[in-house]
Design a protein around this ligand. Structure first.
Ligand SMILES: [Zn+2]
Length: 168
């Protein structure tokens, strides 16, 4: 691998470390020519199989670009999208296969997107899950509401246990 400082075509590995999640290896390298050090991160390649059967390497940028369309006019920043794409990649890599259907990427996007922005989630889900009618939207919104009420109920339980503690 080229030295990024002087373009010397050779470098020496001085340290290797596996990441905590076990999904990548970080190598510290030193250039024998200029003596400077730099790091490389090695991950297994992840191939996406499209509906047509064509394959391409997994790309976080493509995930972000796909989600960005659903986020138009919503309070979602580029940082939010970068973090979401990272979570999507981690969940896909965590599943452990080297080849995945494009469809599974859509599925992996739904969860984090729902936490990020419910409107964007509905837009994305309507395209990805091919909503064909108002009933499909209604069902998705009902599911979102039910989860929100569950979350509110949990907050209430937490709140009462906190006040019980402080009464003691
Ligand atoms: Zn160098």
């Amino acid at each position: 691998m080229h030295c990024p400082f002087c373009r010397n075509p050779d470098s020496r590995v001085v340290d290797s470390r596996t990441s905590d999640d076990g999904l990548s290896i970080k190598r510290r390298r030193q250039c024998p020519e200029c003596g400077r050090r730099f790091s490389t991160v090695e991950t297994s390649s992840l191939t996406v199989v499209k509906r047509s059967g064509a394959t391409e390497p997994f790309s976080r940028d493509k995930v972000a670009a796909g989600v960005r369309k659903a986020c138009q006019g919503r309070p979602v920043s580029d940082d939010d999208l970068a973090l979401l794409s990272q979570r999507v990649e981690e969940s896909i890599r965590g599943a452990g296969s080297a080849e995945i259907d494009a469809n599974e990427i859509g599925l992996a996007i739904l969860g984090p997107l729902r936490e990020l922005d419910e409107v964007a989630y509905l837009r994305f889900a309507s395209v990805y899950q091919d909503f064909g009618s108002l009933e499909d939207f209604e069902a998705a919104i009902t599911a979102l509401r039910a989860d929100r009420e569950d979350a509110a109920r949990t907050d209430l339980v937490d709140g009462s246990s906190v006040s019980a503690l402080s009464a003691d």
